[in-house]
Ligand binder design. Structure first.
Ligand code: ZN
Length: 721
């Protein structure tokens, strides 16, 4: 207790110091907020400081404790109770809020069997055991360990170890002369998103798939296991969805449209995203006897995990019986949607969300992030009581059903697609949060903006801004001189491109809305992901014991929302974007070279150069514009936020028309991992040579259309339109 109150006192001092600094800086011209005139800038900074002083770690602790008290997966009583808890909180802070419901297909397990029948008998427990130190691990109503949207089946076959189960692993197997047709494969977690493993196994003719957490990647090799340390214990299992989300996320029965009460639904047999073969996740405790009994070639060195066995590939002699059947029930989603009406441009929306459903108790994933959304909502409610009126409308969302398939966000985005495309300026997302460093992913037209926000928030423990803490970390961790130079010298720290893995996907990649995804992490260690051990006890011991990083995330995201809501000229910036695109083109050139194919990048490179010129001209126009005297401010802002839509087209990507963004997509064979300029990149990677030309054309058209939008914006800034 003592050490914590000392720490609180230091943090308060830091906060006061930081709170003073920006108002001093605001008097010099350089430190004006981007997109604000000097008087508006000062007003905004004052309101933002009030907001950042509001989030309270003790309240975050209360919300996390309450919302993670019981298992709260889709369809459970506590999932609905949490939605009502969030609704009541929003309303108590003066926000207009409602629950919007959708009905979706969400399978839960009926029968699960994994047993080895040869060379000896062993039956897998498929059960995580409660531990005395963690009372929630003994809660009633936990979902059993399973992979949602697995196929059903009852199969018995020899076992083959396939490493991570990604396409490259099957190439290695082929070289060893091993065929998985008719076999059950066992893959370790990691190396790709989990849903890729059964998909690729099925493509190669396997009849079943087991996925286990190897202790090398997720367990004792990483550090002490729970409850002594934060890492996965031997009986810990990673639940999770294996729906084929790189095709489309959301309800499998309503692909591309909202799963409202009376909506048209396709038959389950026709849903292309449900896995065909049975899949179950298992612990390393359950996996060890199965792997130990394998013979055949010794596994290649990089395939060996940290179990105390010699890893063999098989097939057999272990024969495994795998049975999985499910209740294919329809369940109701409860999305909580709150709004603060804009005073000046109510039809321009800032949408901000985090999911509230979990696999089990989910103190880390997602409650730690959800709690920060509540603190932002409370802070903004407080400001409105004091007279703050955002220029634009702020919509705050607590999504249900993220874990199975981004259900709540996708169904809401599909239901309101036209209006969202017309009105949404930014989608801001968060999910799990823990102590460490800020990570930002998103649209590169928001890279400068994200840097400017991170510059104005203090790191809770490092006596630096969040931005400088991250810069120091990147310099320290740089692997090459080039990376080190860039981390220390590039004006803006790079943000990541977004693949998938949370609720930004429908907004960014289906609707073409500029998006950001934020969170702190990296210092907590972790091995309880999607298990019963992701609990309040774990989180308060390892995740963010003081909730100071929860407060920091609330400060970051509250600032993002306010600054975007209040700007006179929306703070999009395009030179960072064009430079990023040029890096992607260089990567594609290298990829083409290694594929041994002649590919002509002239048009793409030309479009990027033109974009670069336009981005620079836009900056000059913005620097010279008297923001108070722009004739067509509304049109200017509309052009700015709709610029991201220009990266989309109606056809979408090959074999997955739901994904329409030409710059960012989750990889068809990586899942969460991003593919940039995905049409061209995947055509090369997957050797679809006849797709290169049309995909290149689509990428060029997108860049050209984007550039024209920026030119139009620059003309408005010069009052030439
Ligand atoms: Zn999550």
């Amino acid at each position: 207790m003592n050490s914590r109150s000392t720490r609180t006192a230091i943090v308060l001092l830091v906060m006061i110091a930081v709170a003073v600094a920006p108002s001093l800086r605001a008097q010099s011209k350089e430190s004006l907020l981007r997109g604000y005139s000097s008087s508006q800038s000062r007003t905004e900074i004052e309101w933002e400081q009030k907001m950042r002083a509001t989030p309270n770690p003790e309240l975050l602790r209360e919300y996390v404790k309450h919302m993670s008290a019981e298992p709260h997966h889709v369809g459970s009583a506590y999932d609905k109770q949490n939605a009502e808890f969030i609704l009541n909180k929003f309303r108590s802070w003066g926000l207009k809020a409602d629950i919007e419901e959708f009905d979706v297909l969400f399978p839960t397990p009926k029968e699960r069997i994994v047993e080895m029948i040869e060379p000896e008998h062993f039956r897998a427990a498929l059960k995580e055991t409660a531990i005395p130190e963690d009372p929630d691990s003994n809660d009633a109503n936990q979902l059993p360990t399973y992979n949602a949207y697995s196929g059903e089946g009852d199969v018995t076959a020899p076992l083959v170890y396939v490493n991570y189960g990604v396409p490259a692993d099957y190439e290695a197997l082929e070289k060893l002369g091993i065929d998985v047709r008719g076999k059950i494969v066992i893959a370790r977690y990691g190396g790709s998103w989990r849903g890729i493993k059964p998909k690729v196994a099925d493509e190669h003719g396997a009849v079943g798939c087991l996925i286990y957490s190897d202790p090398r990647d997720d367990g004792y090799f990483q550090g002490d296991v729970y409850p002594q340390g934060p890492y996965r214990p031997s009986q810990g299992v990673q639940r999770g969805s294996v729906m084929d989300m790189p095709i489309h996320p959301g309800d499998p029965l309503t692909p591309g449209w909202g799963a409202t009460k009376g909506a048209k639904r396709i038959k389950r047999e026709d849903a292309e995203v449900i896995m065909k073969i049975p899949v179950l996740p298992i612990s390393y405790g359950d996996a060890q006897p199965l792997l130990k009994a394998l013979r055949g070639p010794v596994a290649p060195e990089q395939w060996r995990g940290a179990l105390p066995i010699t890893y063999h590939v098989g097939p057999g002699p272990s024969r495994v019986h795998l049975k999985a059947t499910f209740d294919w029930g329809m369940h109701t989603l409860y999305d909580v949607i709150a709004r603060i009406e804009g005073s000046d441009a109510p039809d321009q929306w800032i949408v901000y969300g985090n999911h509230h459903d979990a696999w089990v108790n989910g103190a880390d994933d997602p409650v730690s992030g959800m709690a920060t959304v509540l603190e932002v909502a409370r802070s903004l409610g407080e400001l409105t009581r004091q007279g703050w009126k955002p220029r634009r409308t702020i919509i705050i969302c607590a999504w249900d059903g993220e874990e199975p398939a981004l259900l709540g966000s996708t169904e809401w985005a599909e239901t309101h697609a036209d209006e969202l495309k017309e009105k949404t300026v930014l989608y801001l997302n968060s999910d799990s949060n823990s102590k460490g460093f800020l990570t930002v992913g998103g649209s590169h037209s928001l890279e400068r903006f994200a840097n400017e926000v991170a510059r104005d928030v203090p790191d809770p423990t490092r006596n630096k801004t969040v931005l400088n803490a991250l810069r120091a970390r990147r310099i320290e961790r740089a692997r090459t001189d080039e990376d080190r130079k860039e981390a220390s010298e590039r004006a803006d720290l790079r943000i990541e491109a977004l693949g998938s893995g949370s609720d930004f996907t429908p907004f960014l990649q289906h609707l073409g809305i500029a998006s950001l995804n934020t969170g702190f992490g990296g210092d907590g260690g972790g091995g309880v992901y999607h298990s019963i051990y992701d609990s309040f006890a774990w989180y308060t011991k390892f995740g963010d014991p003081t909730f100071e990083y929860g407060r920091a995330l609330a400060q970051v995201n509250g600032t993002v929302v306010m600054r975007m809501a209040d700007a006179e000229v929306l703070p999009f910036e395009f030179t960072d974007l064009s430079e990023t695109v040029s890096k992607y083109i260089e990567e594609l050139k290298k990829l083409a070279k290694s594929s041994g194919r002649e590919i002509d990048f002239t048009a793409l490179k030309g479009a990027q150069r033109a974009l670069d010129d336009s981005a620079k001209r836009y900056e000059e126009a913005l620097a010279g514009a008297p923001l108070g005297a722009i004739h067509h401010l509304r049109t200017l802002n509309e052009r700015l936020y709709k610029s991201e839509r220009k990266f989309t087209n109606q056809r979408g990507l090959p074999r997955r028309p739901w994904f329409v963004h030409q710059l960012y997509a989750p990889g068809f064979y990586t899942g969460y991992g991003v593919k940039t300029i995905p049409g061209v990149r995947e055509a090369i990677e997957e050797k679809h040579w006849n797709e290169i030309e049309p995909q290149m054309k689509d990428a060029v058209s997108a860049l050209v259309a984007f550039k024209e939008e920026i030119d139009a914006a620059a003309r408005i800034l010069r009052n030439k339109e």
